[in-house]
Design a protein around this ligand. Structure first.
Ligand code: IVH
Length: 673
């Protein structure tokens, strides 16, 4: 067979195997054989560049993009659905449909409400040409390259040929199909476990994980995250059938993954039965669902019912109640944060809750424990909020064992044994041993190296932990004493050791504002650190400031002022600062000298979009160097918007509404000369 024919054959077969594996869940060949065919195709395509095809099965792992996503206007706006939470709401909707159709018979298509990220796919001549996120409903991000990595989304539709096992009705020349992109529960759990091990921030739920993944600029990362997609809405000028359900059944034959549970019913009782059945059955599904969607089936009737400003009258969402489970509280353990704050944690019998196994829940503070009168051995009700850690929402007193003991909040630090203190007006207990308590010491060093502080990214929490355990570092100043010999292991890690040492040395150029933040003074965040640095201009003035002077600064309150005084009255901290000064860290405000002009004096400027000549952060500095102020959001006080490419549509709308001038990158650079 000639190579061109072979390419075509391999493409066809790989598309089919892909479909059997990812959509039908019924592979007919092994992974190895699949990979083998894929490699053969890759080799042949490399030899025949004239055969390049963006929809070839080899193109699922796209190249890494390096631009922000292009914004695309939706051909049909992407609306949302009105939500309902109980049977009465559903009955009201059913009645309103009946009335809207003047008593005409109608059918309702019931389907799962998938809890992911909505996506609109465009197919032209049977090929996926574009994938766009919902965005603001009018414009979305073009994420085609990333979506192509999702194996259950067909790149090429099964052709309606009669000799084909997957023969399907013909597809329209052009149509859109909408659905939800999801991260399956098992992938989500594995991802979070890996992130926990790598001490990376966890995703609160599969939806956030899917969203973070799809917005990534690296298609290879997207491919590795194994996203899935269910489709639920076909749109276009010439659809195959008059019913929504029937259209989706045809789309299923074209190769799309359609909700398994989809069902057409007539009566209100049948709708309730569907809801009740899936309220429990959905827990067995591989992906997150948060309700049921009800749609009037006939497209003609849908048209007759029409839309309100926000959502269709012909469809409605019924949301399930948050899942709640009951499990046994076995032990309360305590975590010590960077600031010494103690957080109690409930350790419970593991239970399945909304798709994942749960065995810990936060107890916030002592008052929270008291409010539930928690006893060890209690059966507690647990729910998942939007947060990563589930919360306890109640106790079943009836199940309390007779001998159960109330939870006693600890009196001493679980890490260093120091008696805890509780400051007036604060809910948390603190370990006051800042300079001797390991998690506080490590926490402060981790804070110091963080991106928004000294930005020493050659170091991570694990390395900090390692150096601390080996006695190499006890405080932030010790970092600057590290030399290559100490950390190159048996001599085999010279290169990475050199990188770490260089990274630490480079931080000596980090501006004073960020040094103030990096010190980790309790209650002093990024913004307050900036205020302090700008007001006092150097570390000596800040160290000698009195409580009144501190409190006079707008944005610095009493609690923060007191904390700053305490920090600079601690011998240990003064020694550290002296050492940092001697190592050459920036201990005074640089902008005094680098003030270039007053051309932007008194102006509040919003930065939006993507730029070519400088980065966003550089523009922030340029604005300040010319006397202007960079602000985050548009208001009537905004002087102008410095707009790059692809400024967000909501910002644009707001700017237009308030009549705020939009200045391009070039105009801006000219403006400041
Ligand atoms: S239909 C005009 N069907 O829920 C109707 N939406 O609040 C278009 N969703 O943005 C939507 N499962 O992201 C439809 N079976 C389903 C759905 C579904 C989940 C999401 C979708 C939409 C939101 C509506």
């Amino acid at each position: 067979m000639d190579e061109i024919k072979r390419i075509e054959q391999l493409r066809k077969e790989l598309h089919e195997h892909n479909y059997k594996y990812y959509v039908l869940n019924q592979p007919t060949i092994g992974d190895q054989e699949f990979d083998f065919m894929m490699h053969e195709l890759q080799d042949l395509e490399a030899k025949h560049p004239e055969m390049a095809d963006p929809n070839s099965p080899t193109q699922r792992v796209g190249s890494d993009l390096n631009e922000e996503f292009r914004q695309v206007e939706h051909k049909y706006p992407m609306l949302s659905l009105a939500n309902t939470y109980n049977e009465q709401d559903v009955a009201d909707w059913y009645e309103s449909v009946k009335k809207g159709l003047a008593g005409e018979d109608f059918e309702v298509c019931c389907e799962m409400k998938y809890d992911g990220l909505s996506i609109s796919l465009t197919y032209v001549d049977g090929k996926l040409t574009q994938a766009v996120t919902r965005g603001d409903g009018v414009h979305g991000d073009d994420v085609t390259a990333n979506v192509k990595t999702i194996r259950s989304i067909p790149l090429v539709l099964t052709p309606p040929a009669s000799d084909n096992l997957f023969a399907a009705p013909a597809y329209p020349r052009e149509f859109e199909i909408r659905g939800e992109i999801l991260m399956p529960w098992n992938v989500f759990e594995r991802l979070n476990k890996e992130r926990e091990e790598a001490k990376e921030p966890l995703f609160a739920n599969p939806r956030n994980a899917a969203s973070g993944t799809l917005k990534s600029q690296k298609s290879s990362l997207v491919a590795s995250r194994q996203l899935d997609a269910y489709l639920y809405y076909l749109l276009g000028e010439e659809l195959p059938a008059e019913g929504h359900y029937e259209n989706l059944e045809v789309a299923r034959q074209w190769g799309f993954k359609i909700s398994e549970g989809m069902k057409k019913v007539k009566t209100l009782q049948q709708i309730y039965d569907f809801i009740n059945y899936w309220d429990t059955e959905r827990k067995k599904l591989p992906v997150a669902t948060d309700g049921i969607v009800l749609k009037v089936n006939s497209i003609r009737q849908q048209r007759a019912l029409g839309f309100t400003a926000k959502s269709p009258r012909w469809a409605i969402a019924y949301k399930f109640k948050a899942e709640r489970v009951c499990t046994r509280l076995n032990e309360v353990t305590y975590q010590v944060g960077r600031t010494g704050a103690i957080t109690p944690v409930a350790n419970m019998d593991p239970v399945q809750l909304a798709g994942t196994t749960v065995k810990r829940a936060t107890l916030n503070n002592e008052d929270f424990i008291k409010s539930f009168d928690l006893h060890i051995g209690d059966y507690v009700y647990v729910e998942k909020g939007g947060e990563i850690i589930p919360k306890i929402v109640g106790v079943d007193i009836d199940q309390r064992p007779i001998i159960a003991q109330p939870v006693e909040f600890i009196k001493r630090c679980p890490e260093c044994g120091t008696p805890l203190v509780r400051y007036e007006g604060e809910a948390a207990w603190y370990c006051p041993n800042d300079s001797g308590c390991p998690p506080q010491i490590k926490g402060r060093i981790e804070h110091f190296i963080a991106r928004k502080a000294m930005n020493i990214d050659s170091l991570g929490p694990e390395t900090v932990d390692d150096y601390y355990r080996h006695g190499l570092i006890h405080n932030i100043a010790d970092l600057y004493d590290i030399d290559v010999q100490q950390i190159n292991g048996d001599g085999s890690r010279t290169k990475s050791a050199q990188r770490i040492v260089n990274g630490i040395a480079a931080s000596k150029e980090v501006p004073f504002e960020r040094v103030v933040f990096a010190l980790g003074i309790r209650f002093v965040g990024e913004t307050s650190a900036k205020l302090l640095a700008r007001h006092f201009k150097n570390i000596d003035a800040l160290m000698n400031a009195g409580i009144e002077e501190l409190q006079e600064i707008e944005g610095i309150g009493e609690v923060m002022a007191k904390s700053i005084i305490t920090y600079f009255h601690t011998e240990e901290n003064l020694k550290i600062i002296e050492r940092l000064r001697n190592y050459g860290l920036q201990m005074e405000l640089a902008t005094q000298n680098s003030q270039l002009s007053t051309k932007l004096e008194g102006q509040s400027i919003v930065i939006s979009g993507v730029f070519t000549h400088h980065s966003r952060d550089e523009y922030k500095i340029i604005i300040e160097q010319n006397g202007g102020k960079n602000v985050g959001s548009i208001s009537s006080k905004t002087s102008f918007i410095l707009a790059g490419e692809n400024m967000g549509p909501s910002k644009l709308q707001k700017a237009e509404k308030l009549g705020i001038k939009i200045v391009s990158e070039e105009e801006f650079l000219e403006m400041i000369g």
